[in-house]
Design a binder for this molecule. Structure first.
Ligand SMILES: *Cc1c(COP(=O)(O)O)cnc(C)c1O
Length: 468
């Protein structure tokens, strides 16, 4: 008998997960936190893990995440075919490497990189790694233009940045200059950005769009203000656009909006292939304007498994499947297919936002007309329940809708946010709206006193936790 029976084991019962995987067998006990001494047969192990995972939420009802929860079966087949390919082994898997190169080139073109420039960029595990690489390039570029004053480098961004930028600043010893929100200003503006810049500013991060409310930051205005600043001071401060979501929305839905390499000051752009790039996690992309924007001394030439390959990455080994899946989506959907998918998301988001606004108790912060994402709060005269109660009530119907407070200076603002992704149809949106209305009716009936202050004492795991 290879397994420890729960009643005979000398470990405490609580340290065992007692399972009866093939339902007619004797129950078996498997230590939860230590290596089991012996093996299980594959069917039993599969059933154990499968059953544990049943307790995860239903990904399609998760309105919190930006990350893809649906791909076509053909893409899944391709991914399964590539599970054994390591992205770093470009010499062994030159075809996978070629698909990565094509994706970088397609994105550089989509984002209007100068046509004469060689497309410069790479895939990553996600936007977080992409932002680290872009930030490092900004830091190196700043070091190269240093004339000896030797100040500490800083990076200017809105307090609404995703946590990866706090990490970047922390890990690479750059002072984060977070421009606080103020009143109705819930993201970075040009006027505020330049106030925080000086000769040691390695760059300004503009977000397309904000994870807090889905709004686009005014990239063109920020660039123009930095042009003026350069005229007055001589400081030439580049802009990085964090387009984790929006860099795969704006090109298709807002082709007139100038936020990308059409603006001379934009040095680099990142996106998450696994958000509106429509690929399962995890893949991200970072593209520089041209080869000159990526300091050569950051690029390693690895001579490891045959051939010499340039690489700029934090990881070494990395799955190749996501890159193949990204290329699949690019050629499967084409420009018009992406436009249709993203426009549908936006149509669902704007219609659902408007309907939520009409329910009565809610006030919209954004309307879903930039990212297909909107945030809403409770009107100030609603005191019987909080947004956290609404979030909890919706969970009873299986919907995951995060409630969170805004960052410093607007911590008083507690909101709910809905992210509309490919696969969240008008039909599902209607079902969701019905469930919201029913949840409100339940909450209205509860006779508990005002809970206005409760938000402040809630442990939400920090305001940034909601932004995956
Ligand atoms: C999601 C997100 C990130 C982090 O991206 P990952 O792909 O999850 O690593 C960074 N910035 C913004 C604006 C985001 O929305």
């Amino acid at each position: 008998m290879p397994l420890t029976h729960p009643s005979s084991g000398h470990h405490s019962r609580r340290r065992h997960t007692s399972v009866n995987p093939i339902f007619t067998r004797e129950p078996v006990g498997i230590p939860k936190d230590q290596f089991p001494a012996d093996q299980l047969d594959a069917d039993t192990a599969y059933q154990v893990v499968h059953d544990e995972l049943m307790l995860d939420g239903n990904a399609r009802l998760n309105l919190a995440t930006f990350v893809s929860t649906w791909m076509e079966p053909q893409a899944q087949v391709l991914m399964a075919e590539c599970f054994d390919k390591n992205m770093i082994d470009k010499d062994e898997y030159p075809a996978t490497a070629e698909l990565e190169r094509r994706c970088v080139s397609m994105l550089a073109h989509l984002w209007h990189a100068p046509p004469a420039a060689a497309a410069t960029g790479c895939s990553t595990t996600g936007s977080s790694e992409a932002c680290m690489l872009a930030g490092l390039a900004l830091k190196r570029q700043w070091q190269a233009r240093q004339t000896g004053s030797g100040g500490r480098p800083n990076i200017v961004m809105g307090a609404n940045v995703q946590v990866c930028w706090d990490k970047f600043a922390n890990y690479w010893d750059v002072e984060p200059r977070l421009v606080p929100m103020d009143g109705d200003r819930l993201h970075l503006t040009a006027e505020e950005a330049v106030k925080y810049c000086d000769e040691n500013t390695i760059g300004v991060v503009a977000i397309l769009g904000s994870t807090f409310d889905g709004s686009y930051e005014p990239v063109a205005d920020i660039c123009a203000a930095l042009d003026d600043l350069q005229e007055n001071t001589g400081w030439n401060i580049p802009v990085h656009v964090d387009g984790a979501s929006g860099a795969m929305i704006a090109p298709f839905c807002d082709p007139e909006l100038e936020w990308d390499f059409r603006l001379d000051r934009v040095a680099s752009i990142n996106t998450s292939g696994h958000k509106y790039g429509l690929v399962y996690p995890g893949v991200g992309w970072v593209v520089w304007r041209d080869a000159a924007a990526l300091p050569d001394n950051l690029v390693f030439r690895v001579n490891y498994l045959g051939g010499e390959m340039p690489t700029f990455a934090l990881n070494f080994s990395r799955p190749g499947a996501q890159v193949a899946a990204q290329y699949y989506n690019f050629i499967r959907l084409g420009f018009d297919g992406y436009r249709r998918v993203q426009q549908t998301c936006r149509d669902v988001a704007t219609r659902l936002a408007a309907s939520i606004g009409e329910l009565g108790p809610f006030e919209l912060i954004t309307h879903g007309d930039q990212l297909p994402v909107f945030a809403f709060t409770l009107r100030s005269d609603v005191t019987r329940y909080s947004v956290f109660d609404v979030s909890a009530a919706l969970r009873e119907d299986g919907w995951l809708v995060p409630a969170y407070t805004f960052p410093e200076n607007r911590e008083d603002l507690a909101a709910l946010r809905v992210v509309v992704r490919n696969g969240f149809s008008h039909d599902l949106a209607d079902r969701f709206l019905e469930d919201v209305a029913r949840a409100l009716a339940r909450l209205e009936k509860q006779s508990s006193p005002a809970r206005g202050d409760e938000a402040a004492s809630f442990d939400h795991g920090g305001t940034r936790a909601n932004t995956a």
